[in-house]
Design a protein around this ligand. Structure first.
Ligand code: HEC
Length: 192
């Protein structure tokens, strides 16, 4: 290594010479970035945790057309079977059932809204099981599934509307137990 020949280069720097202030253009750019970051943060807080994703949510229309066959497949077919024929002595048929096709449309609606527990005669056979309530389904879903079972497997009864189900729901709103078989249905709602 050869020593620098130049006098200035051989000298070490004085400490105060190393204390270089930040050049003012760099300081301005840094401050501008900090200010931009802070304003971005404050402009975007207060939104839900999916930060920044402010796409509009899908609005589900409760009155939109409901597929009765799909409601049946998801809620009823396990017991009443996809054919609506029921299951020998345990689950009564919906095909050819006087309760299903009743002109008194309140009857099938009330069966779904409260369930049944107790003896019920269906198409000449007595069943004695328990059917749960389906009150958790919306009026439109109950109307759609009733319309489906009233018009499938040879049944030919009129459609039931969501408004009719809503009325039926209000009518026995204070009831908390299932209908006690066919007898109570006949007493409270009349002949199917
Ligand atoms: C867990 C099994 C089960 C499910 C699920 C079920 N049911 Fe039932 N259902 C029964 C039983 C059991 C009876 C007879 C109750 C009795 O003996 O008191 C019955 C009776 C009925 C009746 C009156 C009798 C008849 O056969 O016409 C109708 C109408 C009916 N169910 C419709 C439906 C519909 C519609 C659904 C779906 C929303 C459904 N059920 C879901 C078990 C079920």
């Amino acid at each position: 290594m050869t020593e620098p020949t130049n006098q200035r280069e051989r000298e070490t720097h004085e400490p105060e010479e190393l204390h270089n202030p930040v050049p003012w253009p760099v300081a301005i750019v840094s401050l501008a970035l900090i200010a931009w970051g802070a304003s971005y943060y404050f402009q975007n807080t207060g939104y839900p945790a999916a930060a920044g994703d402010r796409r509009s949510t899908i609005v589900v229309d409760p009155n939109a057309q409901v597929d009765g066959a799909a409601v049946y497949a998801g809620n009823c077919a396990s017991c009443h079977q996809p054919t609506g024929a029921g299951l020998g002595g345990v689950f009564p048929p919906l095909a050819g059932s006087e309760w299903v096709v009743s002109d008194n449309h309140d009857i099938p609606a009330q069966i779904l809204l409260h369930g049944i527990s107790g003896a019920i005669d269906v198409a000449g056979t007595t069943y004695n099981g328990i059917m749960p309530s389906f009150a958790q389904l919306s009026d439109a879903e109950i109307a759609a599934v009733l319309t489906h079972i009233r018009s499938s497997w040879g049944n030919g009864a009129a459609a039931i509307s969501a408004d009719q189900v809503a009325t039926a729901r209000k009518q026995h709103a204070d009831r908390t137990t299932p209908w006690k078989g066919g007898e109570e249905l006949l007493d409270s709602l009349g002949e199917p």
